[in-house]
Write a protein that binds this ligand. Structure first.
Ligand SMILES: Nc1ncnc2c1ncn2[C@@H]1O[C@H](COP(=O)(O)OP(=O)(O)OP(=O)(O)O)[C@@H](O)[C@H]1O
Ligand SMILES: [Mg+2]
Length: 261
């Protein structure tokens, strides 16, 4: 559904994408794993056209996202849902108005229809009857579920999840993983999940991509990733402080040397 070819991007000296090429298959769950600062959120923002890459292409539905006009991007995003890292709810809007926002932006529906659609989505994420609560009244797990309800309110063909389970207890994470799986398996939603939650990733993914400081170091099924003999992959999966991945992410010199090979 999406094909990324030779994508490059950097913030000054920090490369967030180094010749990234990969694809996200229709009806599948692809999980992009990577440590903090490896460029995962930046990559997602580029795919949905919220940010420009330096070079390379991102093909979605036969169009190169990097070349689309603002108007065309606006149209394209109607088919995409995005759960932002931190959920990005509007703090001054209640749950109802947060979820209604994309509908009011993109569709001209009656309030009655909007009400029904929101009721269905809140039901799906297990938050029936919470329409009038404010974001400040929600727990972390509830906030993510409201973000998810908003991401799917337009029935998108593809949903991007930025750290859907980070900061959640195992049961809340399990609820979110089940929602991602249900949306994919029951409704055929193509899913791209960005995360450093290895356990969740290996549980829900059809395909895993490991990003290491802007570079893809491994791609495979969860089984292939588990059985990898690449020291960087093994270190990442086992969370070991010893290995080729530097312990301190601020050790930029070490990282730069490493990436230069
Ligand atoms: N707007 C910005 N201006 C300058 N540098 C930025 C900006 N946004 C991100 N960065 C830097 O780019 C790198 C990649 O950031 P990004 O947010 O994509 O990482 P991430 O993989 O999503 O990390 P995390 O797991 O912590 O969310 C980091 O070194 C970050 O400091
Ligand atoms: Mg991020």
């Amino acid at each position: 559904m999406i094909t990324i070819t030779n994508l490059n991007h950097s913030y000054g000296k920090i490369a967030t994408a180094k010749n990234v090429s990969c694809n996200f298959e229709t009806n599948k769950i692809t999980v992009i794993l990577g440590g903090s600062g490896s460029g995962k959120s930046t990559l997602l923002k580029q795919i949905v056209g919220l940010q420009k890459a330096d070079s390379g292409s991102i093909e979605f539905n036969g169009q190169d996202v990097t070349r689309l006009s603002k108007r065309a991007l606006y149209e394209m995003r109607k088919e995409m849902g995005m759960l932002f890292q931190g959920s990005a709810l509007f703090n001054s809007f209640n749950i109802f108005d947060n979820i209604a926002f994309p509908l009011r932006q993109h569709r001209s529906l009656s309030e009655k229809v909007i009400k029904t659609l929101i009721k269905i989505k809140l039901e799906m994420v297990g938050l029936r009857g919470t329409e009038l609560l404010m974001p400040s009244q929600l727990s972390g797990g509830m906030t993510k579920r409201v973000g998810l309800a908003r991401a799917i309110i337009m029935d998108p063909k593809i949903v991007f999840y930025d750290e859907p389970t980070s900061g959640l207890d195992p049961i809340s994470a399990g609820v979110i993983n089940k929602l991602i799986l249900d949306l994919n398996r029951k409704l055929g939603v193509t899913s791209v999940v960005v995360s450093h939650d290895i356990e969740s990733a290996l549980l829900i993914a059809d395909k895993v991509i490991i990003l290491f400081y802007g570079e893809i170091i491994a791609t495979g099924t969860p089984e292939e990733i588990r059985e990898s003999t690449d020291p960087k992959v093994i270190q990442f999966i086992t969370g070991s402080p010893d290995g080729p991945i530097p312990f301190s992410v601020s050790d930029k010199k070490f990282i730069a040397d490493l990436m230069e090979g």
